[in-house]
Design a protein around this ligand. Sequence first.
Ligand code: HEC
Length: 79
Amino acid sequence: MALELGVEHGQLVRGREVYMAHCNECHDRIPPGEMDPESWRGILPHMAVNAELTTTEEEEVLLYLMAAHGTVHGADLEH
Ligand code: HEC
């Protein structure tokens, strides 16, 4: 999927790093598979403001969440 969409591996790696670093500051990390993609698109802009992400970081986190969605189950996320 990543290649089809023209997403670079580095973007996903950075997105995961941002997610791991910032998305458990106020609550436990919400695993990518816990919300459907539309819900993620709705909530992430709000959470990006909470986490004070740059626009680029927000995009990379969204790419990571979309890429991980359906391939990563909650319990597997920390691998
Ligand atoms: C400054 C604190 C803060 C940070 C940082 C933060 N969140 Fe949140 N998050 C909240 C609060 C408060 C709520 C619940 C109320 C709301 O929706 O604003 C929430 C709710 C959520 C929900 C909805 C959960 C549900 O069951 O409806 C998701 C998903 C989420 N956050 C993901 C993230 C992600 C991804 C990041 C990293 C980009 C992040 N959050 C960073 C404070 C934060």
